[in-house]
Design a protein around this ligand. Sequence first.
Ligand SMILES: [Fe+2]
Length: 379
Amino acid sequence: LSQQEYIGFDSIRNISSVLNQFAAKRIFLVTGTSSYYISGAHNLLKEYLSGHNVTRYCEFSSNPKIEDVIRGIGCFKSAGCDAIIAVGGGSVIDMAKLVTIFAENNINPVEYIKKPPKKVKRNLPIAAIPTTAGSGSEATGFAVLYIDKKKYSIENSSLVPDVAIIDPGLMISLPKYLTAVTGMDALCQAVESYWSVNSNEESKAFAAESIRLIKANIVQVVNTPDTISRQAMAEAAHLSGKAINITRTTAPHAISYPLTSYFGIPHGHAAALTLPAMLEYMAGVNDKDLLDARGCRYVRNNLTEICCLFGSKEIIETKKKIEDIIKAVGLETRLSRLGITSEKDIQTVIDNGFDPDRVKNNPRRLTREALREILESIN
Ligand SMILES: [Fe+2]
């Protein structure tokens, strides 16, 4: 079943008809602690929520941790809700998806990870309202969960929210740094989706449009935001979510997880760090390390298409363009300046950056030696 989408300024008002359609009486509202107010969501939603019994869950940190999910499940169960609304960034939307699925199926998250059940049901409807233009979580059947610094990706089509409301008005107040890191997350997702071994015509169309929009708007939205660039980035992030929902992400995302959990680098920044070098690495694909069944020529063609989307003809120039974007949005590009200073630190990233489910989506096999070279090139 396809998702209902509302996109554009003021689209948050559609929550009124959505709540009618859900026939919701008791709402489980998952939000950020302060972003819910700062984004303006609280003010806009209160008239629509006033006739409902609302239980708000917001006491958790970013990058959902198991303790927070378990607490959320308890809260969810005692509230006895009949619909879920998530308002926030990727972590908030992931949290809402996780709590709902574990509570409804009465399964402990650790048990789920050990042995994912064959059948997962979800009867209660979820509406997701992002307040950042980044993860695209409102469009995906994935949710990230951390247990003791280790990242797990929960994947299930029943995690895709029934409704996504993408209102760039909620993103106007996003600070510069958050705008930059979330925008870079969307860019990484779109590029990784484009070169993923799982890509198809549909995912490539989503990813291409996402890349086009981000290339044209990210520097503007970070440095001199206006309504046009906010709207473009909101759409682009949603499209990147739709793209990775088909293809999943690849190496830059795999490597981002230890950079986030061990060194505290925000997700989008962490993914962006290796994206330029990874593009160059992908271009060296050969018959021995090819992972895409469609062949080396197909992969190289894909990479050329990515270059075109960046308005460039060849790999090194595109690599430079992506590096320039990262710098222009004010993000550090060197690991050594982000707290990854020793050989031991690099080893931590290598030891934990090989999420097999992500790396296998790369068109070119990534070896530990190659990853070390990439990390050293940005040290
Ligand atoms: Fe991401």
